[in-house]
Design a protein around this ligand. Structure first.
Ligand code: SF4
Length: 466
């Protein structure tokens, strides 16, 4: 996609995929949502810059197309593919700038694969960075020392035109989270801080993008981290008559006013990280608050009583987990009529307390799993206490298969919250079948493209990070 802007400076934004098996043509469907990070950068790109955007999940990147600068947002799972893409451009003499979560948490590593590194939130630094490249005086590191003072932005979605994403519109109200769960890369990257956009700004954006029959997904890490701000947003969403979903912590289930506002403002469901049903496991991961008041059982009942569906996420391989943990969790998820659920092994993301602990205990199976050629998506990159790594991975898949089996889908559809509204019933079937297909589709995926024949270009530079 090339923007209508014409200028003497050309910028190419790239969204990398996780990886591709040899010969793989179609990408994982459940992963095809509009990526907001490049749209945010597009919004902060000066008008006199010619802009292109390529989504590596959907299209072939034309590496030979002339451009003056490439910008890539890097996450841990996409790091290897991002380095492959960067090498393709750098071998052609095009400079590459990288930012994103992984660049913030693993700055020294990412700096090796790019010409400029952005640490922290990139948007406010981006216009100055482009100007530096224009003037031929780029810096090796651009660092945002504080959270941006101004979150009054709206992404430039014109970059998505002509690309086929899932029919759901993504909006960001806030970033970060006040909690400190030990496995969470978000709290590590944002240092357990949380910032909101002005409500009126978000409402304007929602008004602009809302479409009949299309869900809005507030992609906040935790929409209710600041409950008062979340309530203000919900109050102003009521007249817009939209349908929306988001991610929340469990405490919202015990706030009667918040639940009513969610229902009245069109909330259809929320993702809640239940993680584990075991109190000691939750405590060990700094998520003991999940057992507040009536714990997950009462929380789910409260949500469902207000017509809110649940996307429950669970993680396995904790020190107290055994094979029985999977059976208990599966029964819990089915018996309580979760709309959808994720059953994954814990992933030690670099920069998190969990990663440091497993490293200190000598339990990491790879020095950097996200770059290792032998590592595959879904593989357990550490040694759990009570289960073999391969067995842990297998049990996660089996649990997913059982949950998304025809039996699992038909058992959960019986819960009134999943079938009462015909529109959501259609969504229930479509989303569950999509997950059923993807259960076996994504495990074993290589990180990076298996067919890539280039060489990773590394820069031998000392990184000074203030
Ligand atoms: S509540 Fe969620 S977003 Fe917040 S720190 Fe815990 S896992 Fe991360």
């Amino acid at each position: 996609m090339i923007s209508s802007r014409t200028a003497d400076f050309r910028l190419t934004l790239i969204h990398p995929c996780v990886g591709r098996r040899s010969g793989m043509t179609k990408y994982i469907r459940t992963w095809k949502m509009e990526p907001l990070p490049p749209a945010m950068l597009a919004a902060f790109t000066p008008d006199d810059v010619e802009l292109r955007f390529y989504d590596d999940r959907l299209e072939t990147i034309p590496f030979d197309e002339p451009t003056d600068l490439v910008a890539i947002s890097v996450e841990t799972y996409t790091a290897k593919r991002a380095y492959q893409i960067a090498s393709e451009y750098r071998v052609r003499g095009v400079p590459v700038v990288m930012g994103g979560f992984h660049a913030t948490l693993c700055a020294a590593e990412v700096a090796e694969y790019c010409d400029s590194l952005v640490i922290g939130e990139a948007e406010e630094l981006f216009p100055a960075l482009i100007e530096d490249y224009r003037q031929g005086r780029p810096k090796a590191v651009y660092q945002s020392d504080t959270r941006p003072s101004h979150l009054g932005f709206s992404p430039d979605r014109s970059i998505f035109v002509g690309k086929r994403y899932l029919p759901i519109s993504l909006v960001e109200f806030s970033r970060g989270c006040k909690f400190v769960c030990d496995f969470c890369a978000i709290q590590s990257a944002y240092d357990a801080s949380h910032r909101c956009r002005p409500v009126e700004n978000v409402i304007e954006e929602v008004k602009r993008i809302k479409k009949r029959g299309r869900m809005i997904f507030f992609i906040d890490d935790n929409l209710t981290s600041n409950m008062d701000a979340a309530k203000q947003l919900m109050r102003q969403l009521i007249p817009l008559k939209i349908r929306w979903v988001s991610q929340c912590d469990i405490s919202v289930a015990y706030d009667q006013e918040a639940l009513e506002l969610m229902k009245r403002s069109g909330c259809q469901g929320v993702l809640v990280g239940f993680e584990s049903l075991d109190r000691s496991t939750l405590k060990a991961m700094n998520k003991g608050f999940n057992m507040m008041q009536g714990g997950p059982v009462e929380a789910i009942a409260n949500f469902q009583h207000h017509g809110l569906r649940l996307y429950g996420t669970f993680i396995f391989g904790n020190d107290h987990d055994t094979e029985a943990t999977f059976r208990e969790t599966l029964h819990f998820a089915v018996d309580h009529g979760l709309f959808i659920a994720a059953f994954n092994h814990i992933t030690p993301f670099p920069g998190t307390p969990l990663y440091q602990r497993l490293e200190q205990e000598g339990r990491l199976l790879y020095s950097r799993w996200w770059l290792d050629d032998a590592y595959r998506y879904g593989e357990v990159p550490f040694r759990p206490k009570n289960i073999e790594p391969a067995e842990l991975a297998r049990l996660c898949i089996e649990t997913r298969k059982a949950f998304y089996s025809w039996k699992g889908i038909s058992q959960r559809i019986l819960h009134p919250v999943n079938h009462r509204d015909p529109w959501m019933l259609v969504n229930y079937l479509a989303i569950n079948l999509m997950h059923q297909f993807d259960v076996s589709n994504r495990d074993g995926l290589p990180l990076g493209n298996e067919d890539w024949e280039g060489h990773l270009i590394k820069t031998d530079k000392q990184l000074y990070v203030a």
